[in-house]
Design a protein around this ligand. Sequence first.
Ligand code: SAH
Ligand code: SF4
Ligand code: F3S
Length: 478
Amino acid sequence: MAKCEFKSLPDAKLQRQRNTSFSFSYDEINISETLSNYAKGKTYYIHTYGCQANYRDEEIISGILTKAGFIKANDENADIIILNTCAVRENAEDKVFGKIGELKAIKAKNKNAIIAICGCMVQQIHIINKILDIYKHVDLIFGTHNITDLPKLLDEIILKRNKIVDVKSQPSLIEENLPSTRLSSFKAFVNISYGCDKFCTYCIVPYTRGKERSRKMEDILNECRELKEAGYQEVTLLGQNVNAYGKDFKDGTTFAKLLEEVAKLNIPRIRFLTSHPWDFKEEMIDVIAKYDNIMKYIHLPVQSGSSEILKLMGRRYTSDQYKQLVTLIRSKIKDVYLSTDIIVGFPNETEEQFQETLEMVKFAQYDSAFTFIYSPRNNTPAAKMVDNVTREEKSSRFKRLVAELEKSVSASSMAMVGKTFKVLVEGASEKDSSMLSGYTEGNKLVHFKGDLSLVGKIVDVKIIVSHTYSLIGELINA
Ligand code: SAH
Ligand code: SF4
Ligand code: F3S
């Protein structure tokens, strides 16, 4: 059996720390002759789970492998197979373990295939141990803070045929000028900050993604300019917490300022994800309202409607403060679409506290929402809380929550019927290939008949039928 070399391992204690420093790097990625010779005629495949940050990482990994000379494969029958994982809930991790198991057959067919696992899951030592114990066909484990080490790690594996684990606890660099193979030719994610310092008590992200750190505004604007010149129709500015952008510079830089500068570049559609309700400044609302190319869609995770639970979650706002923010947003931004994330069954959540969440849903009238059952995450404070809410009760609350949300989500879709909306065409509909699909400015999914030549274009679509989670429309003047 191949020997395993441990270059670094994640340590939850270090991951909790925020006093480490980092620097900016503009160096190019070096590809050795060994790797480029090896890559000739060989393929790679990446399967990504989780949030947009992970998809953006996939594009960088893809860029690095393309630079080395590998060709992208359409399925797992490739020479390098990478699973880019998510740790946010247990069911996300279960899916990945299922997939790692399946890859055993690939390795049996092709002994020289290199199987690698990266992303948030492997920032946890117990996951690394489990992979090494059970899934002997995995060759490489690397973390979220060292994806640019990939060429060096592959060099070693090719030359020595050993296994490697290299997962750093903390980030040390913000790396610019990285190669990137974008997943879409018309919509793009642009990182504005990495990591998260909020430490909500249930959440693993501050451990897996490290200290909150902002990219320099000039670097972000340059990336956006390039995308605009390449004809991109939509740019989504990404951060676990976009309103914290620029605070680490301590020079007065704010997200509102960045958003305004990006808007001035005249990219047709600008989105941003995710806004924490805490510290969502009026200045930001004003910028969103001012520019037509900033989409009137705000994802504003509430998590719970109970101030007591919010306090236990470490969310830094009360139910009333959140409601005031919703009222201000709705009063200042005409026809804004609001979406949210909600967790039910946080440890010891009472029926009354859950009722407050239902009441919040009635108040906020969300246009869309993502709902989750609380999932304990290793090393987080909430995982240590004794929990007296049964599984059955949690799943009953989940169903009742979804039913309540459906009322406002359907009402919002229904109100669109008969009106015309701008839709960015994504491609053929997944369910019915004779239809096209795309998203409105308010991020509602619309299906309509049209020619595939419209993919990547913004078209006018009149809504004729509304379902809860999607709409049927007809193309106007195409
Ligand atoms: N930074 C973003 C997104 C983080 S993860 C934010 O704060 O909104 C996306 C969503 O997953 C969260 O909003 C939360 O609703 C959910 N989530 C995170 N940890 C969870 C856990 N342990 N159990 C269940 N849901 C969780
Ligand atoms: Fe997790 Fe909270 Fe940070 Fe969002 S803000 S990533 S929920 S710790
Ligand atoms: Fe998952 Fe990591 Fe994103 S835990 S939600 S992939 S930051």
